[in-house]
Design a protein around this ligand. Sequence first.
Ligand SMILES: Cc1ncc(COP(=O)(O)O)c(C=O)c1O
Length: 379
Amino acid sequence: MGHLEALRQRVLARLVEWEAAGLKRSLRPPSGIDLSSNDYLGLATHPRLVRRFVEALRIYGCGATASRLLRGHREIFTDVERRFAAFKGTEAALYFASGYAANLGVLTTFLESGDVVFSDERNHASLIDGMRLTRARRVIFPHRDVAALARLLRSEQGPGQKFLVTESLFSMDGDRAPLREYAALCRETQTALIVDEAHAVGIYGERGSGLIEEMGVADAVFLSINTAGKALGVCGAFVAGPAWAVEYLIQRARPFVFSTAPPPALMAALDEAITLIIEEPERRARVRANARRLREQLVARGIVLPLEDSPIIPVILGESERAVAVAAALQEEGFDVRAIRPPTVPAGTARLRVSVNVQVDETIAARFASALARILKSC
Ligand SMILES: Cc1ncc(COP(=O)(O)O)c(C=O)c1O
């Protein structure tokens, strides 16, 4: 390994810098009350999902053995994709191995040289990476700023296709994109609207299909990306949209074409997740009620929070060291809350990202709010 010495020294120096800036992460399994996972509906361990997964494993085995376009395809992928599309209210859907892969796939497939893509400054890394891999010109607009976006979109007169890319519920701030205003702007300026529903699918809307449904903007959306590893409790992501666009993804999306298909058994678990979301709307109602109650408890103790109806509650603490210290103190008291630091969030806005799931009842909310208020006084 002597020939790697220079590289080793360089990497060690980077790690030292990273640690000195308070940014070094560590791998830590769950412990304590879950206030940090994205398992909002509690489906990841639901006995019905587990049973369907195990039964399907016996039928399909562990691995798909090849890419979907080769020997890796099974009918169950298409069956559940069709079901997801019906649930979402679109013509078609395609399953990717992760939300990250789906975002890369969508953006690199549709954005071409000469196109312009408008992107919210707080978009998730997977959207940013997807855009960076294309030759489209990127225009970053201030977070949720409709007026700024309108000016930019209207002044863009080139011949290329325009795209607008946004999350519907922002993963680190828990706030919503103004989807109705975006829908109107996209119609006016012939812009293709791409919406990442990672944290909204399963939670919002009458059917539970997300904020696109809740805001009534389905007609204006080109594609949505719906991760299946959060409220749906499994993993992967469904891209939903018109049949012609999904057909193009099957032909051209590199993370889909050049990657082994995910285990087919996952689709049985996801089928059950969709059933539970449809059959048990009270689950998502409970998540939203739990989040409202926890917000009230925190605000009552003087903690400043944005006013949102969302299970993601950001408690902004400023410097990374402080966020880490507060998270560690909460951990000592049995609460699993994680510190989120730059570059995931902008410098100076390190925070606790409190995410509320179906189990966070009144007692937990009161205990957590008291513990956090007390810890904040000494940290
Ligand atoms: C907004 C958003 N998009 C995409 C992803 C990526 O999804 P996945 O974890 O399935 O790769 C995440 C979270 O990880 C996310 O928060």
